[in-house]
Design a protein around this ligand. Structure first.
Ligand SMILES: NC(=O)c1ccc[n+]([C@@H]2O[C@H](COP(=O)([O-])OP(=O)(O)OC[C@H]3O[C@@H](n4cnc5c(N)ncnc54)[C@H](OP(=O)(O)O)[C@@H]3O)[C@@H](O)[C@H]2O)c1
Length: 216
């Protein structure tokens, strides 16, 4: 499948490389067509990797990832032609962390709204699935790097979209019993607000190589 990855940071790079590794083709999108990080990544990915603007990545991708800075995700998606989002699964892994006031960062949206909901409201024809935002990007893309069983949440209004995303998560190495479908897109609030704990655990553990395991 051709997948559009919006974002040139460590998350966009890690997700894109994993997608290529498991056989997909990726267009990595950026604000500018000549972003050096995107160009370098595309060169390293060979014939399966392309670089372009956010709009070009959305146009090329049959499925899309939002890996942009959460505070800028709405602006990044505004640069995309609405028709290129129509009916497409948009996997949102972003967290709206505002570090302008120092550590710990605050969330720019929380409690009775979430970034996932804001994106879905702004682009109603896209099928937004919030997932993977509760862990480091290495864990997102290579879940078996952690020893035990651990979980990934899914939030979204469209059941078929969540099924499509689940299949992609299995390709990453996630096990079926590790996926927790929380419900519609309003359920993205919890996973997004979990970041308040994640950043503190990162400090306490001294590494991002951890995730949530649910004991039943
Ligand atoms: N680091 C992790 O392991 C991790 C884990 C879970 C979730 N996340 C979330 O994943 C997302 C990506 O994180 P990251 O560290 O890879 O990258 P990042 O530095 O948070 O974001 C980089 C991307 O955001 C775009 N961007 C920045 N400011 C913008 C603006 N004003 N308008 C439009 N686009 C703008 C950049 O565009 P250009 O390409 O043009 O520079 C770039 O593509 C974030 O939302 C983060 O919270 C990260």
């Amino acid at each position: 499948m051709h997948i559009g990855v919006l974002g040139t940071g460590v998350v966009g790079q890690t997700i894109s490389s994993r997608l290529v590794e498991i056989g997909h083709t990726v267009t990595m999108g950026s604000r500018s067509a000549d972003n050096p990080k995107a160009a370098e990544w595309a060169a390293s990915a060979g014939h399966q990797g392309f670089a372009g603007t956010f709009a070009e990545a959305a146009r090329q991708g049959e499925m899309l990832f939002n890996c942009t800075a959460g505070m800028a995700s709405l602006a990044a998606l505004d640069a995309v032609d609405e028709g290129d989002l129509d009916g497409k699964v948009l996997i949102d892994v972003a967290n709206a962390l505002d570090g302008s006031g120092g550590f710990p960062p605050r969330l720019s949206v929380s409690n009775d709204d979430s970034l996932g909901e804001q994106i879905q409201r702004a682009h109603p024809s896209a099928r937004v699935v919030k997932t993977l935002n509760t862990m480091n990007c290495q864990v997102m893309a290579h879940p078996r790097r952690l020893g035990g069983s651990h979980v990934v949440f899914l939030s979204g209004n469209d059941a078929e979209a969540k099924a499509d995303v689940s299949r992609l998560l299995f390709e990453f190495g996630w096990e079926p019993n590790e996926l927790i479908d929380l419900g519609d897109i309003t359920t993205a609030r919890g996973p997004e607000m979990y970041l308040a704990l994640w950043v503190r655990m990162f400090g306490a553990i001294g590494s991002g190589d951890f995730n949530i395991g649910v004991v039943r």
